[in-house]
Design a protein around this ligand. Structure first.
Ligand SMILES: [Zn+2]
Length: 203
């Protein structure tokens, strides 16, 4: 409701082409380019190959809190998420941590909102948990491979998961540093990782 009012009072322009009056017009919505990968032998799927357009949508969503984009992203994710859930039967979906500063700025956890929207569309009821941060981390965007690894090393924490089947989800996978830290924290908490799902992967 609130999002709607903001869009109503401040009419949006398409983040890609600049035309009014939607934050993303249907002509500019990127096509899905679904693929599979494996990260340290854990099977994963991605919905989009990362593109400049998708980067602009995600930046508009995360940095400018244009929650409108969550609809497009959740919709794009939903059928693929449904397929991986049917295949792997997770009891829990885990998303990465958001720093307190980011949460305060945005009022939502970007990855969690996308996956929750997709679950609602497909009618699956799987609990979503966000990992805790053990310390402050920087935004991974703009860091090189080595700095990314250093930035998130042992930064995530989960309470004991007691062998629960876990699906890991993140919006973007670039070098895999964040995802590997999610794997480490989840495995250390005795989570049984059955798969990885990312919205966009750099190829
Ligand atoms: Zn457009």
């Amino acid at each position: 409701m609130f999002d709607f009012l903001i869009d109503f009072v401040f009419p949006a322009k398409c983040v890609i082409c600049g035309q009014p009056a939607r934050p993303l017009c249907s002509e500019c919505a990127p096509e899905r380019t679904v693929g599979e990968f494996s990260l340290d032998s854990i099977p994963g799927i991605y919905v989009f190959e990362y593109s400049e357009e998708l980067g602009r949508i995600l930046s508009d969503y995360k940095d400018k809190s244009k929650t409108f984009h969550a609809n497009f992203l959740s919709k794009a994710l939903s059928s693929h998420l449904s397929a991986i859930i049917e295949k792997t039967q997770p009891q829990l979906i885990i998303t990465p941590s958001s720093s307190r500063a980011n949460y305060k700025m945005r009022g939502f956890v970007p990855s969690k909102k996308i996956v929750a929207g997709a679950l609602a569309r497909i009618g699956w009821n799987v609990e979503i948990k966000t990992l805790k941060l053990t310390r402050q981390v920087s935004d991974q965007r703009g860091l090189d491979r080595y700095s990314r690894r250093q930035n998130v090393s042992r930064a995530f924490l989960s309470k004991d998961l007691n062998g629960l089947k876990v699906l890991l989800f993140d919006d973007v996978m670039t070098t895999g540093s964040t995802m590997r830290e999610m794997v480490r924290a989840t495995t250390e908490a005795k989570g049984n990782i059955v798969g990885i799902c990312v919205l966009a992967k750099r190829i």
